[in-house]
Write a protein of this length. Structure first.
Length: 357
C-alpha cells in the first residue's frame, strides 16, 4: 500500500496568470487598477509594529464594527475572513452537508466545483440560457443548497434583486448563498433581505471595488444563526484567520465612502466607454455590470487574440472550457491601459482581416 492512497486528490482552482514583468498591462484577474483610499495608507503608516508580536483579535471587532455601521446591521450579522474565497470555503463546509446536490450555474466562478469536490459535496450544474442568464425555475426543485454570483462571473450578467429573492423564497429549507463580489459596479445588493430570510447569506469582498485584493478581506452577511454556524467552522480550523493590518486598514476603507463611490464611478465610466470601442472593433459581449467585459470576436478566435495580446505583454483571461472557449474576459484597467489595448487590437485585427471598419 502506498501513502498516496490516503491523499485527498482534487483538481485545484486555476487562477489567472500572475506574470512578474515591469512593463505589462494586466487585465486578467479583475483587480482594481487604482490604489485604495488614502485613509488606508494613513492607517498603515500609523500602525505600531510592536502590536504584531500579539495574535490579532479573532473576532476582528474593528472591521466588523465598521461594516455594521456602514450597512446598518448588527455585528452578529457579520462574518469576516481572509478574502471572500475563505468565507465561501467555510460556508461550503458549514452549510452544504447533505445528500442532495448543491445547485449553481454551469458557467460561473470556477472555485465552486473545486470546493464541492474537495469537501465531497454533491452538486448539479444548472445551464445558463443562450443569453447567459440564470433560469430561476432550475433552482426551485429539491436541492441541498444554492450558490451563485450576482453579477455572474465570468459573464458579468446581472439578475435583478426580485429574481434573487424569488429563489430565496422558494428554498426556505436550504441555505442560499449570493456571491456579490461585483455588485458595486452596477447592481442592487440583496443584503437588506437578510432581515427577512434566515437562510440567506450574502458574501462580499474588498478585492474589487475597494482596491484591496492584496489585503485579503471578505465578509458574509446573514442571520445571527447563520453567522454562528460559520463561526463554529472558523474556530474549528483557525481562530486567528485575519491579520491585524488587514483588520485596521479594512475598517478605514469602509469609512471612506466618498473615495469608494468615486472609484466605482471611474471604473464604470471606463467600462461603458470600452464597450463602445470593442463594439467598433467587431466584438460582441454581454451587458456586463462587473469590472470586466466578457467578449467574443465575430471573425478571430478568442484564443488567437489572447495569444497575440500576451505576446505584447497585455494579459486578458482566456478559458479553455465548454461554451466559453471563444470568449475573453477583459478586466477594466485605467484609461491609459485600455487605450493601449484598443490600439493594439485595432492594428492586429486590421492585419488579420478581423477589423470590421
Amino acid at each position: 500500500m502506498s501513502w498516496e492512497e490516503n491523499v485527498r486528490k482534487v483538481v485545484p482552482y486555476a487562477a489567472g496568470e500572475q506574470p512578474k514583468k515591469e512593463k505589462m498591462i494586466k487585465l486578467n484577474t479583475n483587480e482594481c487598477p487604482y490604489p485604495p483610499s488614502p485613509m488606508v495608507a494613513r492607517a498603515a503608516s500609523l500602525m505600531d509594529l510592536g502590536d504584531l508580536r500579539l495574535y490579532p483579535d479573532y473576532n476582528a471587532e474593528i472591521l466588523v464594527e465598521s461594516l455594521a455601521e456602514y450597512h446598518d446591521v448588527r455585528r452578529e450579522n457579520i462574518f469576516v475572513g481572509v478574502g471572500s474565497d475563505d468565507v465561501l470555503a467555510m460556508a461550503f463546509l458549514a452549510f452544504f452537508d447533505g445528500d442532495r446536490p448543491v445547485l449553481f450555474p454551469d458557467v460561473t466562478y470556477s472555485f465552486y466545483d473545486v470546493w464541492a469536490d474537495l469537501y465531497r459535496i454533491p452538486y448539479k450544474l444548472c445551464p445558463l440560457s443562450e443569453d447567459w442568464h440564470m433560469r430561476k425555475e432550475d433552482y426551485f426543485g429539491e436541492n441541498g443548497g444554492i450558490i451563485f454570483p450576482n453579477p455572474n462571473a465570468p459573464t458579468g450578467v446581472l439578475e435583478s434583486a426580485a429574481f434573487v429573492e424569488d429563489i430565496v423564497r422558494e428554498n426556505p429549507d436550504v441555505v442560499v448563498i449570493v456571491d456579490e463580489a461585483y455588485i458595486d459596479f452596477g447592481g442592487e445588493s440583496v443584503l437588506p433581505l437578510i432581515n427577512q430570510y434566515e437562510n440567506l447569506l450574502v458574501v462580499q469582498t474588498f478585492s474589487k471595488s475597494r482596491a484591496m485584493a492584496g489585503a485579503r478581506i471578505g465578509a458574509a452577511f446573514g442571520s445571527e444563526k447563520l453567522i454562528r454556524y460559520l463561526d463554529d467552522v472558523k474556530f474549528s480550523i483557525n481562530s486567528y484567520t485575519m491579520n491585524l493590518p488587514a483588520q485596521v486598514m479594512g475598517a478605514e476603507a469602509v469609512k471612506d465612502d466618498v473615495y469608494f463611490r468615486d472609484l466605482v464611478k471611474r471604473i464604470v465610466r471606463t467600462r461603458e466607454y470600452s464597450k463602445e470601442r470593442l463594439k467598433d472593433l467587431g466584438f460582441t459581449f454581454t451587458d456586463s455590470m462587473a469590472n470586466f467585459i466578457f467578449a467574443t470576436h465575430s471573425r478571430i478566435p478568442a484564443k488567437q487574440i489572447y495569444e497575440a495580446l500576451k505576446g505584447v505583454d497585455i494579459y486578458v483571461r482566456y478559458f479553455n472550457k465548454p461554451r466559453i472557449d471563444d470568449y475573453l474576459r477583459i478586466t477594466i484597467g485605467t484609461d491609459t491601459e485600455m487605450e493601449s489595448l484598443f490600439t493594439f487590437l485595432e492594428k492586429y485585427l486590421s492585419a488579420n482581416g478581423g477589423n470590421e471598419n
